[in-house]
Design a protein around this ligand. Structure first.
Ligand code: PMT
Length: 407
């Protein structure tokens, strides 16, 4: 009898099959100990704690991994949002893809913002008779860097930010499950903000090659690892012009969607769960986000298009207004290499052409308020709009659960 796939099982059965197939990540016990202490401290202080997931997950092709499948996510949404949650008084558990962007240091990392470009060597003082001047921050960056540095140090000194890395999709799953369970004492003060781009397809451990997949045939006496069937590596013999090189055909299974288990099992009672939905086709975005909300019965889906995600998002909620667009006004949009500004508004327009009611648009006002707060005329980040709106929704939820007004 054929073994049922994970997608055909109940969420609880899929959970036990999936987690039994993989060894837990080596770092899990250490991460759990750190998270437990972090959560205890903030339960004691009656502080809200948000788990922010960020960056892409890898899908290894071999157990001793040489090659893997990855995705585009740099972790910008997660790292930026974490900063604004800290600003709103939350403690943040930042579950992120290793080497993706981090809160605060994101301003000075990777090739676009190389930290070395922000520094200079000042002239050495005459008294030292040395040619080694002190390293200083360039004048034009002093103000911005001081601001970032102060916020970073405040978060660190007050134990408000816990950084936990993952790499593969299975590591992500183990970490998410453990953290959600550890967060139970927080009750309604817990918020899940799932911005990570989690792989939708993977190779189950039982079908994974142990060693590096070979690109050329091995003599029979050396070919002992048959996790990749000979038929899956083929020479292109059906092609009109057979290539000399082999091709690799990979069979991937769908990753079980554990959002059900998170909402119905792992997460604290009364906590708020926010997921994201990414699409590239504007006509699908609202439909897919709404379907996700119905399927998992959680509290909010934030929809975004790959090409406009830095400038607009849509909040899909179970309660009215059900659909709400947040948009950075044109004059305040920062440049984005991958972004396509012409597509801003397209997903909302597509939706309206289906005959549904237009949404009230108040984002311009809010963006202006955010600008006044920041006191600068530079571009603003869409997360300055997302996080305060989300915090309001979380406060309303807490109020309802505890029947106590919140400040
Ligand atoms: O990092 P950036 O470059 O800034 O990009 C940010 C982003 C576009 C990646 C982010 O804003 C975003 O949209 N993330 C979710 C991408 C997505 O479409 O996820 P999904 O449809 O595969 O999953 C839906 C939700 O469930 C997501 O919140 C995901 O984090 C979560 N999920 C999915 C599968 C799974 N097995 N476990 C999960 O927790």
């Amino acid at each position: 009898m054929a073994t049922p796939s994970l997608g055909d099982m109940s969420p609880a059965d899929a959970e036990s099959v999936y987690f039994n197939e993989y060894p837990p990540p080596k770092a899990l016990p250490k991460h759990e100990a750190l998270a437990r202490a972090f959560i205890d401290r903030h339960v004691e202080a009656n502080r809200r704690v948000v788990l922010v997931t960020s960056g892409g997950t890898t899908v290894p092709l071999e157990a001793q991994t040489v090659r893997f499948i990855d995705n585009f996510s740099a972790g910008t949404r997660g790292a930026t949002s974490a900063e604004y949650f800290l600003q709103e008084g939350y403690a943040v558990i930042f579950l992120h893809r290793q080497y993706s962007l981090l809160p605060y240091s994101r301003h000075y990392s990777h090739s676009t913002n190389c930290f070395l470009d922000f520094m200079d060597e000042a002239p050495a003082s005459d008294s030292t008779q040395s040619d080694h001047g002190p390293i200083v921050v360039r004048d034009e960056y002093q103000h911005q860097m001081r601001d970032v540095l102060r916020k970073y140090r405040y978060a660190k000194q007050n134990n408000l930010l816990l950084l936990l890395p993952f790499t593969t999709v299975s590591e992500y799953m183990f970490e998410l499950r453990s953290l959600a369970k550890l967060m139970r004492p927080l009750g309604p003060n817990a918020l899940f903000y799932l911005a990570a781009a989690v792989s939708d397809f993977f190779i189950p451990r039982s079908r994974m090659a142990e060693h590096k997949i070979q690109s050329s045939e091995l003599p029979a006496h050396l070919d002992k690892d048959s996790a990749v069937e000979p038929d899956d590596i083929y020479t292109g013999e059906n092609e009109e012009q057979p290539s000399q090189r082999k091709k690799l055909v990979i069979n991937l299974d769908p990753v079980p969607k554990f959002l059900h288990r998170l909402v119905d099992g792992w997460a604290p009672d009364g906590s708020m769960v926010v997921s994201f939905k990414l699409e590239t086709d504007p006509s699908l975005l609202v439909y897919k986000a709404r379907t996700a909300l119905q399927r998992y019965s959680h509290h909010l889906v934030i929809g975004n298009l790959l090409s406009t995600r830095k400038w607009e998002v849509v909040f899909i909620t179970p309660d009215p207004p059900h659909e709400r667009w947040l948009r950075v006004p044109k004059a305040r949009r920062s440049k984005s290499i991958s972004g396509v500004e012409d597509q801003v508004g397209l997903a909302e327009a597509k939706k309206k052409s289906d005959g549904s009611a237009p949404t009230p648009e108040k984002t311009e006002e809010k963006a202006q308020a955010a600008t006044r707060q920041e006191g600068s005329s530079d571009g603003i980040e869409i997360e300055t709009l997302i996080i305060p709106e989300l915090v309001k929704l979380h406060s309303t939820m807490i109020e309802k659960k505890t029947h106590k007004p919140t400040s």
